[in-house]
Design a protein around this ligand. Structure first.
Ligand code: CP
Length: 302
């Protein structure tokens, strides 16, 4: 992990993922530690973000480091036609670590190949979002006390959802059952199902899930992402496919937790927010501890 970029969740072994979670637990107990003094972390966000960018920045601040970067590439020299390579090579001169979100799949891997400092992928198109996955694993382990023998429901946009793709890859290292609930247009891509077949992991696919909610340990809701559709008619057809309401949780398991990477639009009704099984805002908080752990391990501070 030391000085290594984190681009895909597959870059970390099962043991390395557990190491991140254990360290995140330590940061949750003691979030303010002066480990990053004199270090600079660059956040390059070519796509909008609230949680990922701000939780990284909060993580760096609580560790005593400095942040540079941009939240909108139109305020950078990309606007003048500068290439991604030149941007990354330049920013690598100014920082110890680059955190980058970009709309193009593979862009983070490319950045890591041209950068002299490690790069952390904060989401590349519909591909991967590995730090989200580590905070999701942290949230699951914290609420369930384990990462195996769980029924994990993934609901919504399973085609373009990078968070579900990364989470599936990570959870496939544990003995879990997946339930994929999506409209036909947004089904989990075959490559991920093939991976589960190869790993001997059970999965079920269906369009509706109201009748099977009592089986769930984790319901991972996702937003249908308007920005990933090339055809607006396809988006309009699927945008309101699922809405989780409080009454649907009546017969659910005691240990059930509702997760969502956020932002949410309409897929979780606001009446769920006050249900003790709603965990998505605490999940976002867990992002700070998890990202403190990731930064510390990459920079060799722990
Ligand atoms: N979960 C997540 O990536 O949220 P943001 O888009 O707000 O960063």
């Amino acid at each position: 992990m030391l000085n290594k970029s984190l681009i895909s969740i597959n870059d970390y072994s099962k043991e390395e993922c557990i190491r991140v979670l254990d360290l995140a637990e330590e940061f949750e107990k003691e979030p303010v530690q002066n480990l990053l003094s004199g270090r600079v972390v660059a956040t390059l966000f070519f796509e909008p973000s609230t949680r990922t960018r701000l939780s990284f920045e909060s993580a760096v601040s609580r560790l005593g480091g400095q942040i540079i970067g941009f939240t909108d590439s139109s305020s950078s020299s990309v606007q003048k036609g500068e290439s991604l390579k030149d941007t990354v090579c330049t920013v690598a001169n100014y920082s110890d670590l680059i955190v980058m979100r970009h709309p193009i799949e593979g862009s983070a891997r490319y950045a890591s190949e041209v950068s002299k400092v490690p790069v952390v992928n904060a989401g590349d198109g519909a591909n991967q979002h590995p730090t989200q996955t580590l905070l999701d694993l942290y949230s699951i382990r914290k609420t369930q006390g384990k990462l195996d023998d769980l029924n994990i429901f993934m609901v919504g946009d399973l085609k373009y959802g990078r968070t579900v793709h990364s989470l599936l890859m990570a959870m496939s290292q544990f003995n879990v059952n997946f339930f994929f609930i999506s409209p036909d247009e947004l089904k989990m891509p075959n490559e991920y199902k093939l991976h589960l077949d190869n790993m001997g992991i059970e999965y079920h696919e269906q369009r509706d899930f109201s009748d099977i909610v009592p089986e769930a340990d984790i319901i991972y809701m996702t937003r249908v992402q308007k920005e990933r559709f090339s055809d607006p008619i396809e988006y309009e057809k699927t945008k309101n496919a699922y809405v989780l309401r409080n009454d649907m949780l009546e017969n659910s398991r005691k240990n059930l937790k509702i997760l969502h990477p956020l932002p949410r639009v309409t897929e979780i009704s606001s009446d769920v927010d006050s249900n003790e099984k709603a965990y998505y805002f605490t999940q976002a908080l867990n992002g700070v501890y998890t990202r403190q752990a990731i930064i510390s391990l990459i920079l060799g501070l722990k």
